[in-house]
Design a protein around this ligand. Structure first.
Ligand code: ZN
Length: 425
């Protein structure tokens, strides 16, 4: 490993930055913790980049009030639940609904159910989000809405882990249905009631729209002498069951360390290096979507490559999700060799973090991710109360910094023609 790369991986402030980010709490957008963490991170980035500023973009904020779920009938019991962000509200007093078990809630499950979802509460299962054939919660929710379901219940697949937190993706003014996470045990109770032919629940959810809410976007840039921008991005916001250590304290801390190490690698012969921190990522990737949409097309076209860090520790394995840009596979391979880390690649676009919004604008983009295809890894604490700093190994975070630096440095050293060729699909 080159000495500068080794030094980058050994960054003295990496772990204290990581703990500081987690110390702000779960950083749920709208909680204020996200903005406080952003202010701190931009001050940190400002130590190496003169141009560090925080913008805001609008997002569809929403606040959850009371939520209740009860299994009725012979096995009557309260069930732990947590409404999905932007869940539709029930009428006051709640709804009484029959439940139908849609298994994992994949397209074939909904096809099998046919009309039986109509007017009922549909039960599906959460899946470990980082596998090649994963079906996202928001897609399952959309299928339930489309099938005419009256409510959506998604059970944690991991026993003993409690409920999870996540977004429904329902836009402001969108029709939608009441939707909530339940724990594994609650899912099992509902499934047995379904099997016994008498699954009925009372669900009550009340949430309210928050008008005129804005999400922070932190931008720091080290100007190079050539036109073009290489971006390192990470989302700052999270969920509040744990402290969003995996998702995404790891990405934020690694991005700051990489930015520090790369500052001296930017010069008259390189493009510029930009650090982007987004909020409202957990709200259907809204922060980065609005940031990119609001850039003038010519300004957007200056961005040549996005390296998005989201959940980069929690397992020793690292994978780059390369968003249907086949030319990125070789760049990842070289960066892995340079940093002494075996980094896998996954070609199909996975719209599970901010890189997807860059990719949608035709910008070569990847997400660096730990634990891809490893549901038994510590990454399975994502979205749960178990997403805390203690599950992160320092060595994992350090290798992510080394790979990020190698990736960005390779891009900084590419010719304009080489950078342009990354975009071919
Ligand atoms: Zn994330």
């Amino acid at each position: 490993m080159e000495p500068w790369l080794r030094a980058a991986a050994n960054d003295a402030a990496l772990m204290s930055d990581f703990k500081t980010v987690c110390g702000f709490g779960g950083r749920m957008s709208g909680s204020g913790q996200d903005d406080a963490a952003m202010a701190w991170a931009m001050a940190r980035a400002g130590e190496v980049a003169a141009a560090a500023r925080t913008l805001t973009v609008p997002y569809d904020a929403w606040r959850c009030g009371a939520a209740n779920l009860e299994l009725l009938g012979a096995a009557r019991q309260p069930l732990a639940c947590r409404p999905l962000l932007r869940s539709a509200s029930t009428p006051e007093g709640g709804l009484e609904l029959d439940v139908v078990d849609a298994g994992r809630g994949r397209p074939e499950d909904f096809a099998r159910l046919g009309d039986r979802a109509r007017g009922r509460a549909v039960l599906v299962r959460h899946e470990y989000p980082f596998t090649g054939d994963h079906v996202h919660r928001r897609r399952k929710y959309d299928m339930a809405v489309e099938a005419g379901a009256a409510a959506f219940l998604i059970a944690n697949n991991v026993p003993g882990q409690g409920v999870l937190s996540g977004s429904s993706g329902r836009p402001r003014g969108g029709a939608g249905i009441p939707a909530a996470y339940i724990d594994h045990e609650g899912g099992a109770a509902l499934a047995s009631a379904c099997e016994a032919g008498a699954a009925r629940v009372r669900i009550a959810v009340s949430g309210e729209e928050v008008e005129d809410a804005r999400a922070s976007v932190g931008i720091a840039e080290i100007p190079g002498g050539r036109d073009g921008v290489i971006v390192i991005s990470a989302h700052m916001d999270g969920h509040d069951l744990g402290v969003s250590a995996l998702d995404n304290g790891t990405g934020v801390a690694a991005a700051l360390a990489a930015f520090r190490a790369l500052a001296a690698r930017v010069g008259p012969d390189t493009p510029s290096l930009r650090l982007c921190f987004f909020c409202a990522e957990e709200w259907a990737l809204t922060g980065s979507a609005r940031y990119l949409a609001e850039l003038a097309p010519a300004e957007r076209a200056r961005i040549k490559f996005d390296i998005n860090l989201d959940t980069v520790a929690g397992d020793a394995s690292l994978t780059a999700l390369i968003s249907d840009f086949p030319a990125l596979a070789a760049v990842v391979k070289d960066a892995g060799d340079a940093s002494g880390v075996a980094v896998g690649t996954w070609l199909p676009l996975m719209p599970n973090s901010d890189h997807a919004n860059f990719a949608r604008h035709g910008i070569p983009a990847l997400r660096l991710l730990a634990g891809f295809g490893k549901p038994e890894s510590r990454v399975n604490n994502i979205l749960s109360a178990g997403d805390v700093p203690a599950i992160i190994e320092e060595a994992e975070l350090r290798q992510a910094v080394a790979v990020t630096c190698a990736l960005a440095d390779a891009a900084l050293r590419m010719s304009d023609a080489q950078l342009a060729s990354l975009a071919s699909r």
